[in-house]
Design a protein around this ligand. Structure first.
Ligand code: ADP
Ligand code: MG
Length: 332
């Protein structure tokens, strides 16, 4: 199979919304009047972001999911994406499930593959997504990292830490019962981008970011860009680890084998969660919960924003918890 066969077979489909899709030197998109384009890229490298033996269908899903997560954090509606792919070999056994996982998620979000590049090399997947944000009365409706204000509530969607638990289990650093691992592994390998929530939060959230490198690290970006500080409730964070909540009761052997500090580190700095972390005024609590319901996405209030700079952790009794957590940095 040659380069052009490969593109034709696995990645070329008739253009839908795009004016021109795969097959020419450029794709053409028509931006709707009164909108801005939101653009983001994410790269996945074998051995760095995924194991060599990962299911290619899940890898296709995840490669797009992490990009859609950035659009979600911006409150942008997905439109289209490009795929730059370096592959060691052109193998149908890998390409067919990869493109299937990728295009199934693309279809679910009406996000069209309009172009890309294909080359031989170590397996690397680079996607660029294009989304749309309305401009009303001359103001962009995009959710930014810079909008958090003193007095705002701090929220996070979904669950935390399970992806990291799965990563540690696959690395062999912890031993995890099979049903726990199966559930946690889906969080690592098939994350759900919170696109509907991001759209529902336009005009409500004051700031937003997606949690990819760990909650505290990503929160740090919001605090820095907004010029504020925050206090986070560690017991609320612990309650958001699905496997922790599910296995802390009757079958609690596994739960107690892992130190509480370790659980907390995974929740607050585990990485690969792809949840939305956002702020909103306290007066908007009901609107936030209506947005969560409308988008079928659970949302939890996990802390608050204040004028005093810095990131403070407290437990449910209000006692300070030492913050020694490190979030992910490729070059640290
Ligand atoms: P060029 O040499 O002009 O950059 P290519 O020969 O690399 O174009 O690609 C031919 C067409 O196939 C282009 O429209 C390009 O966008 C598209 N394409 C290449 N690789 C991919 C891919 N992995 N997924 C989707 N479209 C692709
Ligand atoms: Mg090219």
């Amino acid at each position: 199979m040659g380069e052009f066969d490969l593109i034709e077979r696995y990645f070329k489909r008739p253009a839908r919304q795009a004016v021109l899709g795969v097959g020419d030197d450029c794709a053409l998109l028509q931006a709707a009047p009164g909108t801005q384009l939101a653009i983001s890229s994410d790269m996945l490298v074998e051995g760095r972001h995924f194991f060599a033996n990962v299911d290619p269908c899940l890898l296709g899903h995840k490669a797009l999911a992490v990009n859609l997560s950035d659009l979600a954090a911006c409150g942008a509606k997905p439109l289209a994406f490009t795929l730059a792919l370096a592959l060691p070999r052109a193998e149908a056994a890998w390409l067919a499930p990869f493109s299937q996982g990728l295009l199934a998620l693309a279809d679910a979000h009406a996000c069209e593959l309009v172009g890309g590049d294909t080359t031989q090399g170590p397996l690397t997947i680079c996607i660029t997504v294009f989304g749309e944000v309305p401009v009303t009365d001359g103001r962009s409706q995009a959710l930014l990292r810079s909008g958090a204000r003193a007095g705002d509530d701090l929220y996070v969607s979904g669950t935390l830490g399970d992806a990291r638990l799965a990563l540690e289990a696959l690395r062999g650093t912890v031993s995890v019962p099979a049903p726990v691992l199966a559930a946690a592994r889906l969080r690592l390998e098939a994350p759900t981008p919170r696109v509907a929530l991001g759209l529902a939060l336009r005009g409500i959230a004051t700031a937003a970011i997606d949690v990819s490198d760990g909650l505290l690290g990503d929160l740090g970006h919001v605090l820095k860009q907004s010029g504020v500080g925050a206090t986070v409730d560690t017991d609320v964070a612990l309650g958001l680890i699905a496997s922790h909540a599910d296995y802390s009761g009757a079958g609690g052997q596994f739960f107690s084998q892992i130190a509480p500090d370790q659980w907390l580190a995974w929740a607050l700095a585990g990485g690969d969660d792809y949840e939305l972390l956002f702020t909103a005024p306290t007066a908007a609590r009901e609107t936030v919960s209506a947005a969560a319901q409308a988008s079928l996405t659970p949302v939890t209030r996990i802390g608050r924003i204040h004028a005093e700079r810095g990131l403070h952790l407290v437990d449910k009794h209000g006692h300070t918890v030492n913050n020694t957590f490190c979030s992910f940095d490729h070059f640290a």
